[in-house]
Design a protein around this ligand. Structure first.
Ligand code: FMN
Ligand code: SF4
Ligand code: SF4
Length: 253
């Protein structure tokens, strides 16, 4: 089973591609019921974005909540803008608490969806996605052969810095979305797409709750550009999602 978490489709794309190449099934973490206590598959992959040089909280919580088998071959694939920081190391540490371990980890630099918070007229370099395809094929080959390769599973000083209390909180504030009630047409897409069910849509507008994972899905997918980050209006040309992933793919659970 390939378990994925995704806001703008990079990780979803990688999970689906790996599923195709390895004959496995890709399932969003949000589709696994919160009362699920045990996953017994012999091969389990996790595909996820890097947030603040680390593993997203919903993925951490999920791995802590579920019990796995010691003998399972675990692998982790981190999609990111440039570097995975300590994300794979964190995953390995959490697995080790239940006597499991990552056998293989890989980092796929794709497109940094967080750039939208700091720049305008971005012009994403989608050529990077072709390179990611090559890395996915190489990863699939290792997974099929259940190769052990832990080179990418390491810590990083910059990730440690990024996760110091105040620094991390400042980063989260910077990437906190809010809804511009004037622009919102209450279509409900953001509520269906939010991977942690943190948005409700009333008859008038969307309302964002208090347990945001900062995935920026609502910011990038809103057809009205009604979701702002730290109050900054978003331009349609700066909204990003993986070109082969649709809103329907994101809402399919
Ligand atoms: C809150 C947040 C923090 C991020 N932090 C990092 C980071 O530390 N390093 C990095 O290379 N990319 C970072 N990114 C970029 C994402 O990891 C990257 O765009 C990822 O491929 C998105 O995956 P998705 O499309 O599946 O959501 C960050 C993105 C967000 C939303
Ligand atoms: S996707 Fe945009 S327009 Fe639709 S409900 Fe959400 S904020 Fe409003
Ligand atoms: S509210 Fe928006 S940014 Fe926060 S978790 Fe939901 S979709 Fe992601």
């Amino acid at each position: 089973m390939i378990l994925y978490f995704s806001g703008t489709g990079n990780s979803l794309y990688v999970a689906k591609k790996l599923a195709e190449l390895t004959g496995d099934t890709a399932v969003p973490i949000s589709a696994i019921h919160e009362r699920c206590q045990r996953i017994q598959d012999r091969i389990i992959g996790f595909v996820f974005p890097v947030y603040f040089g680390d593993l997203p909280d919903p993925v951490q919580d999920f791995i802590r909540q579920v019990r796995f088998q010691k003998s399972t071959y675990f692998y982790g694939i981190a999609t990111c803008g440039s570097t995975a920081g300590r994300a794979l190391k964190t995953m390995d540490r959490i697995l080790q608490r239940q006597q499991c371990a990552l056998s293989y980890g890989a980092v796929l630099p794709m497109i940094a969806n967080s750039t939208i918070a700091s720049r305008r007229h971005i012009r994403y370099d989608t050529n990077r996605l072709d390179h990611a395809d090559e890395l996915i094929a190489a990863a699939a080959d290792k997974i099929r052969r259940q190769i052990r390769d832990t080179d990418a599973i390491r810590s990083s000083a910059s990730a440690w810095l990024m996760n110091l209390g105040l620094v991390r909180r400042a980063g989260e504030r910077w990437l906190t979305p809010s809804v511009d009630g004037e622009r919102c047409i209450a279509c409900g897409l953001c509520a269906r797409i939010c991977p942690v069910s943190n948005i409700i849509c009333t008859a008038k507008r969307a309302v964002i709750g208090s347990h945001c994972s900062h995935c920026l899905a609502c910011v990038h997918w809103c057809p009205q550009q009604a979701v702002t980050v730290h109050g900054k209006k978003v331009l349609a040309e700066d909204q990003y999602h993986h070109p082969d992933v649709t809103a329907a793919d994101m809402t399919r659970r």
